[in-house]
Design a protein around this ligand. Structure first.
Ligand code: ADP
Ligand code: MG
Length: 255
């Protein structure tokens, strides 16, 4: 297992959209090597928070730090380069084989230029071989080893969602942001995904930030939970603590 990633610290994060406060001074810390779930009713600000973490959205104020590194306001590819990778809720690939998709995930790590790769210069060939080996390892880790050369278009929905996860892993991240990884899945596919997330965390020692509606999954997977409602952090703690918090029940039941 590689050394644990540095803590991811979110401080006083505020995001406004034309008068609407989508995030209001939100703070939480993702401790190294843990699964941290971000939950809350629709419109609570979860996706907005993910968008700030991955550099897609600029906050009005506040900061996101990964150890020493200030991530706030960096471009998405810089944030990815510092070891923060994300999956998207609704994007599911259909083109190419599993291997093709995972090799695309390695793209950001390629040092040899396009020309030397095309000319098959020795260092480019070596690098390509390493990419292929790592891609295969991540396929195995996510239960896609036997499907490595299969066109993604032929895979089930659950398998395709794991291709997305494997592709994010191909960036060799230290922090993995998962946006509703089991949305649209059946029970068996959910169990499979939960097991894969657990394996990935254990084998690679990375931190996982999880936005998820499926409470069962959150309770099973998360070490710590942050609860948002109308852009505010209303509760936080272990799944047990959060489940019994009156403010959380009020937010979900709307009473
Ligand atoms: P969640 O993911 O928890 O359902 P979001 O982060 O998507 O919540 O949204 C939080 C609030 O910000 C909502 O009221 C939503 O309508 C609003 N919002 C999100 N993105 C935008 C945007 N690009 N422009 C304007 N309002 C937005
Ligand atoms: Mg959302």
């Amino acid at each position: 297992v590689p050394p644990p990633p540095p803590p991811l610290t979110v401080t006083d994060l505020t995001v406004r959209f034309a008068g609407l406060v989508a995030l209001d001074a939100v703070g939480f810390t993702v401790r190294p090597g843990t699964v941290h779930a971000l939950i809350g009713p629709n419109g609570a600000g979860k996706s907005t928070c993910f968008n700030v973490l991955s550099g897609v959205c600029r906050p009005a104020s506040g900061s996101v730090r990964l150890g020493e590194h200030e991530l706030t306001r960096l471009a998405p590819h810089r944030i990815a380069g510092l070891g923060v990778a994300r999956t998207f809720q609704n994007i599911v690939t259909t083109a190419g084989t599993v291997a093709d998709n995972l090799m695309l995930g390695r793209h950001g790590l390629t040092k040899a230029g396009f020309a030397s790769a095309a000319l098959r210069l020795p260092h480019a060939v070596r690098e390509q071989r390493t990419h292929l080996r790592r891609a295969r390892e991540f396929a195995e880790l996510t239960g896609l080893g036997a499907l490595f050369d299969t066109p993604v278009g032929l895979l089930s929905y659950g398998d395709r969602k794991r291709v997305e996860l494997a592709r994010a892993l191909c960036l060799e991240p230290r922090v993995l942001l998962l946006d509703e990884p089991v949305a649209g899945m059946n029970g068996a596919e959910r169990d499979r995904m939960a097991e894969v997330v657990r394996t990935v965390r254990a084998e690679l020692g990375l931190s996982v930030v999880l936005v998820e509606h499926d409470m069962g999954l959150v309770m099973r997977l998360a070490d710590e939970v942050t609860v948002l409602d109308f852009g505010r952090r209303i509760a936080g703690g272990t799944p047990e603590q959060v489940r019994n918090d009156p403010a959380v029940l009020r937010a979900y039941l709307g009473t």
